[in-house]
Design a binder for this molecule. Structure first.
Ligand code: FAD
Ligand code: EPU
Length: 341
């Protein structure tokens, strides 16, 4: 017998303030269950009433449509705790915990593993979806298991890291399991022994000698604040495109023309390019397309300058991608998740 669900269902709910791009959007229903049984009840009710379910965390990596039929479910499971298993310390974390708050809390306790991922907006439940990454670390480096709940029958189970099939900005949650499960908890393996990863950019120079986990997190936060616009002041979704991966021959052809082009050969073959550099070299930094623009400090970030909608954003993104294709012959793929009506 399932417990009754006490989470209120809001009707005709404005989501404009619930996505960091501030795209105008309204949901038919919105609900934020704070427990597993509450989430299961929401899933059951949506199925009985034949309402499609859209999961929403902090809204920092979504392109929302103007009208979203069905129910938007915001899993608000807000608890986390530490567990000791032998030598190792694990954090078990609810989907509704704010990612950056967790990072700072773990770093402050001297636990290593997630400090390079400081100041990434959003909730823990969305972190596995694109396998968040920054400054040489990805979630997949520390995550051991993910608890999921089926959107069909409300059953929960744990997936191993291997089953999540993580890649660069990729996972099973963008593919086979997209729209089929809610991520409810994460299990992260942390280290009490110092494990600094300082190889990215000028992080080593900025972090100083033998920094603590907290100092690394604070340094990463400062570097990010210098480069990236704060969505509270200038709406954006972080990198708007993924960094493209091209074949070795294509990379060599581009390097012959642009010897200074940043490029990162991959162990799996091919070469990752910096989309921000490509856009920058098209002369688009600071360029405006209607209500949207290319950020003046980080060309990979598209910013919403006011009174725009998703159509306008898609136009601006198309202009940027076309310029990169024409100048470099490289196709860009949008990074944020496009939510269909
Ligand atoms: P949302 O935007 O709410 O959702 C993203 C996707 O996950 C959607 O498809 C949604 O349906 C799905 N989803 C959400 N919750 C769940 C759940 N519980 N179960 C299943 N599916 C779910 N990303 C990086 O990787 N590295 C960065 O350095 C980085 N920097 C950023 C900087 C800025 C300024 C901004 C605005 C964004 C940045 N991002 C970065 C992108 C973003 O912060 C991450 O992708 C983050 O994990 C999104 O979390 P969210 O809770 O906001 O997800
Ligand atoms: N660059 C330019 N001009 C620009 C932007 C970048 O020349 O306008 C050059 C930089 O000088 C550098 C290279 O491009 O040589 C890479 O730039 P940066 O280090 O700023 O990182 P990025 O590749 O643009 C990626 C992630 C970010 C993540 C940072 C740090 C993607 C799509 N983006 O950006 O993630 O924070 O590295 O690790 O992989 C996000 O996903 O939303 C995001 C912000």
């Amino acid at each position: 017998m399932p417990l009754p669900d006490f989470s209120p269902w809001y009707h005709d709910c404005d989501l404009t303030g619930s996505n960091t791009l501030r795209l105008p959007s309204r949901a038919q229903f919105f609900v934020a269950p704070g427990t597993l049984s509450g989430l299961r009840c929401c899933i059951g009710r949506a199925r009985r009433e034949k309402l499609p379910i859209t999961l929403l965390g902090g809204g920092s990596n979504v392109l929302l449509p103007p009208v979203l039929p069905g129910v938007v479910v915001h899993p608000a499971l807000g608890q986390w705790w530490l567990e000791r298993h032998g030598e190792h310390t694990f954090a078990q974390v609810g989907a509704g915990v704010n990612w950056h708050t967790l990072v700072m809390a773990l770093a402050a306790r001297g636990l290593w593993g997630v400090e390079n991922l400081a100041l990434i907006p959003g909730d823990c439940g969305a972190a596995p979806v694109q396998n968040i990454g920054a400054y040489g670390v990805e979630l997949a480096d520390v995550l051991t298991e993910v608890q999921i709940m089926s959107l069909t029958d409300g059953q929960t189970r744990w997936l191993s890291r291997r089953e999540c099939r993580f890649g660069y900005r990729d996972s099973i949650f963008k593919r086979e399991l997209a729209g089929k499960v809610a991520i409810t908890r994460l299990m992260l393996k942390l280290s009490r022994a110092p494990r600094p990863v300082l190889g990215y950019g000028d992080l080593a120079a900025r972090a100083g000698d033998a920094p603590s986990a907290l100092e690394v997190a604070q340094t990463v936060s400062r570097i990010r604040q210098e480069k990236l616009p704060d969505p509270q002041c200038l709406p954006n979704a972080g990198s708007f495109f993924k960094n493209p991966v091209v074949g070795e021959a294509a990379a060599q052809r581009l390097l012959a023309r642009h010897p200074d082009m940043p490029h990162f050969p991959l162990a799996s073959g091919g070469c990752k390019l910096a989309a921000g550099w490509l856009i920058d070299r098209c002369g688009l930094k600071g360029q405006r397309f209607g209500a949207f623009g290319v950020h003046e400090r980080q060309a990979l970030v598209l910013v919403h300058l006011g009174n725009g909608d998703r159509e306008g954003l898609e136009y601006a993104a198309g202009q940027v991608a076309d310029a990169v294709r024409e100048n470099f012959g490289v196709a860009l793929e949008v990074e944020p998740r496009t939510i269909s009506a």
